[in-house]
Design a protein around this ligand. Structure first.
Ligand code: SF4
Length: 432
C-alpha cells in the first residue's frame, strides 16, 4: 500500500473540459496501490511471461497478498529482494541479477518473455533495469525476450503498472510498414472470455485483422504501424496510446466498453473506421445488446436513485460513473480519479451529468470529510479505506474488484451492475 504525503494540500480548479464537467485537482495524502499490482492480472493474461520484481520485502508481500491465496506449482512472478547497498555494490547487483535470471530461464524453458519490474527502494532506483534487460535479451535471444518497466509507487498508481508494461511492449514491437492492410488493435488486458466475445463480434462485422495487446503469447504480439487503428479497452493507458501514436497508429476515440451503451459505442467506433455499414453493425449488435439491457433490469431497482461516491484508485472511475448514472439511474456524488486523461476520456466526460464534481489526485482526509458530509449510499474505494468506512456505517465496494473481474462487453454488463448492487443489498438485509 502506498500512502505518500505529496506536500501541502491544495485544491485548484483546472477549468472544464470543452463539453464535460469541471475537474478539480487535489494534492495530499494518497491511499492507492502501486503499479506492481498489475502483475496479478498481467501474468494471467500473457501465458508465457514471467514478472521478476526487483524490490524489497515489502514489494514481495504486496504481490503475494494482492495475488491472494493463489498457490502455483510453477508461479510466473517472483521478487528478487535487493538489500541495502551503497553505490560500490551496484556492479555486484548486476551480476546477481544476471545469475538469478539465467537460473530462472534454465529451470523454466516455458518462459518466453521476461519482465524486470522496478520498484521504489533507493537501491533499485539506482539500477538501470532497461540496460540490464537489453543485456539479458541479447544473451537469451531468440528464446527469451527481456523487457523492463517500473511499477514503483513513486511513479505509478495501481493500474499504471499495466500502462508501463504495455508501453514497454510497444517500444519493442515489430514495425508494420505503411503498405500493410489496415488492422484493428484492441489495447488493454481483457479476460480471455471477453476477448473471444469481441473477436466474434468484429468477425461478424467483417473486420478481418484484429489483434489484442497484450497478446496471450509472446510470439503473437502484434505488429504496429500507420495502418494500425486502435481502440483502448481501458482508460488508464495514456503512455501506451502515446507510444502507439508515435509509431503512426491511429486512436479511435470512443466510450469504454462498460455497460450496454459503452460497449455499443466502443464497437461503433471500430465499425465506422473500417467502413462497416450501419445495417450490418446494427444487425450484429442487436441480440447481445438486448441481452445486456435485459441483464441490467434485474439490478436497476437496487441501484436507481442511490448515491455513489468514488475514491480515486483505478482511473476507471469516470466510465464507471457514466455507466451507473446513465444506465442504472444512480446519482454521482463525487468522482475521484488518480489521473484524468482529458483527451482519452473526452467522450466519457461529455456524457456525465454536467454538475458532477470530478477530483483528480487525492487528499484523502479532505475527501473523507466530504464523504462524511454527503453520506452517500455507496463508497467505491481501495482496500485500505473499506474496513474503516464500513465501521462508520458506509456500504463500500472495493475498487480493485472492478479491475480483477471481467466487466467489459455486452455479456458482462449485468455482472458489472451486480458488483455495485451487492453491497447495497447486503446492507439492506442487515438493516431489516
Ligand atoms: Fe511499496 Fe514501492 Fe514496493 Fe510498491 S514498489 S510495494 S510502493 S516499496
Amino acid at each position: 500500500m502506498n500512502a505518500v504525503p505529496q506536500g501541502a494540500s491544495l485544491g485548484s480548479s483546472l477549468g472544464s473540459c470543452a463539453t464535460g464537467p469541471k475537474i478539480v485537482q487535489e494534492r495530499g495524502q494518497r491511499e492507492v496501490f502501486c503499479g506492481l499490482t498489475g502483475i496479478v492480472w498481467l501474468h494471467r493474461k500473457i501465458q508465457d511471461a514471467f514478472f521478476l520484481v526487483v524490490g524489497s520485502r515489502t514489494c514481495a508481500h504486496l504481490i503475494q497478498s494482492a495475488a491472494g491465496v493463489m498457490i502455483f506449482a510453477e508461479p510466473r512472478f517472483a521478487t528478487a529482494i535487493i538489500d541495502e547497498r551503497d553505490l560500490a555494490g551496484l556492479a555486484d547487483i548486476d551480476d546477481e541479477l544476471d545469475r538469478v535470471v539465467t537460473r530462472l530461464i534454465e529451470r523454466r524453458p516455458d518462459i518466453k518473455l521476461l519482465f524486470l519490474v522496478g520498484s521504489c527502494p533507493s537501491e533499485v532506483i539506482k539500477l538501470d533495469l532497461s540496460r540490464a534487460a537489453q543485456r539479458l535479451s541479447q544473451q537469451m535471444t531468440p528464446n527469451v525476450r527481456v523487457l523492463a518497466y517500473s511499477g514503483s509507487g513513486i511513479e505509478t498508481t495501481f493500474t499504471q503498472g499495466e500502462d508501463a508494461c504495455l508501453s514497454a511492449l510497444v517500444a519493442q514491437a515489430q514495425r508494420a510498414d505503411a503498405a500493410q492492410k489496415p488492422s484493428l488493435l484492441v489495447v488493454g488486458a481483457l479476460a480471455d472470455a471477453v476477448e473471444d466475445q469481441f473477436r466474434r463480434l468484429f468477425a461478424q462485422m467483417g473486420i478481418e485483422r484484429v489483434d489484442f495487446l497484450p497478446a496471450r503469447r509472446a510470439a503473437d504480439m502484434p505488429m504496429i504501424g500507420p495502418g494500425t487503428k486502435f481502440l483502448l479497452a481501458q482508460p488508464f493507458l495514456t503512455d501506451t496510446a502515446r507510444a502507439l501514436e508515435a509509431l503512426g497508429a491511429q486512436h479511435l476515440p470512443a466510450l469504454y466498453p462498460l455497460g450496454a451503451e459503452g460497449v455499443a459505442e466502443w464497437l461503433r467506433a471500430a465499425a465506422r473506421a473500417f467502413g462497416v455499414s450501419r445495417e450490418t453493425f446494427e444487425a450484429v449488435i442487436a441480440a447481445p445488446r438486448a441481452r445486456a439491457e435485459k441483464s441490467l433490469e434485474r439490478w436497476r431497482p437496487h441501484l436507481a436513485g442511490k448515491r455513489v461516491f468514488f475514491f480515486p484508485d483505478s482511473q476507471l472511475e469516470p466510465p464507471m460513473a457514466r455507466f451507473l448514472a446513465r444506465e442504472l439511474g444512480m446519482e454521482i456524488v463525487e468522482i475521484g480519479a488518480p489521473y484524468v486523461d482529458r483527451r482519452r476520456l473526452a467522450e466519457e466526460l461529455a456524457l456525465l451529468p454536467p454538475d458532477t464534481p470530478i477530483v483528480e489526485g487525492q487528499d484523502v482526509e479532505r475527501q473523507l470529510d466530504r464523504l462524511r458530509a454527503a453520506r452517500p449510499d455507496l463508497a467505491v474505494c481501495g482496500l485500505g479505506l473499506a474496513n474503516p468506512l464500513e465501521a462508520e456505517g458506509f456500504a463500500t465496494k472495493w475498487s480493485i474488484e472492478l479491475v480483477f473481474t471481467p466487466v467489459q462487453g455486452f455479456e458482462q454488463a449485468g455482472d458489472l451492475a451486480e458488483l455495485f448492487a451487492r453491497p447495497l443489498m447486503r446492507r439492506e438485509l442487515l438493516e431489516i
